[in-house]
Design a binder for this molecule. Structure first.
Ligand code: GRF
Length: 202
């Protein structure tokens, strides 16, 4: 299966996915393309190092968000991409994009959805004083962080947790459960029933 990973930043999740494919945890899968909206994203370096094709789509080169998304969709179709993985991509996809790849787009969010959606899930969890935080991998629908949940993992928040400290514990979880969710998708083991995602046994 050809997959594409969309990133804006560091790309540690991209790296975890690259490693999981390399060591055979995710089978029969190839990252056909890494796309970024940020030319300085370290994720691009990680992709180059792994010999993966990269493309940068600068928002300023497009008149509308729809034009931007259509340009991405075009290249994804050309490369026969069947799964799109959002890994720290800091743009909300248009409804057109989401409909074009219905249930073919995954996102990872650093909080236990539906709590603390949006751009600062970790900061929001801490500021709220929640005692438990976590990570959610979900299908992307037309809302922000609202799609059917595939995998979730919780962690306890300590009294003295700083944002950095919590972020690093959250990332460790992310690097396990994102590859897991992708593996389940590729193995065709995710069955969507309404809002619920059933995980089928092998
Ligand atoms: C992760 O925390 C993810 O949950 C969020 O963006 C961050 C991306 O980190 N959506 P990285 O670029 O993969 O290191």
């Amino acid at each position: 299966m050809n997959i594409a990973v969309l990133c804006s930043g560091n790309g540690t999740n991209l790296q975890a996915i690259i490693n999981s494919i390399k060591r055979g945890y995710i089978k029969k899968t190839r990252i056909a393309l890494v796309i970024s909206d940020n030319p300085n994203a370290y994720a691009l370096k990680r992709a180059h190092r792994a010999g993966i094709k990269t493309l940068v789509f600068l928002p300023k080169d497009f008149k509308t968000r729809l034009d931007y998304d259509k340009a991405i969709i075009k290249i994804l179709r050309q490369l026969n991409v069947e799964l799109i993985v959002l890994a720290g991509f800091m743009r909300v996809l248009t409804a057109f994009f989401v409909k074009s790849f219905k249930y073919g787009i995954l996102n990872i969010h650093p909080a236990l959805l539906p709590a603390f959606p949006g751009t600062d899930g970790i900061g929001d969890t801490l500021r709220y004083g929640a005692k438990v935080g976590g990570v959610t991998v979900h299908f992307v629908d037309e809302g922000v962080d609202t799609g059917p949940i595939i995998v979730q993992k919780a962690l306890d928040i300590k009294d003295n947790d700083s944002k950095d400290n919590l972020a690093s514990r959250i990332h460790k979880i992310e690097h396990k459960i994102y590859p897991l969710a992708i593996k389940l998708f590729v193995e065709n083991r995710l069955k969507i029933v309404g809002r619920k995602v059933k995980i089928l046994k092998t």
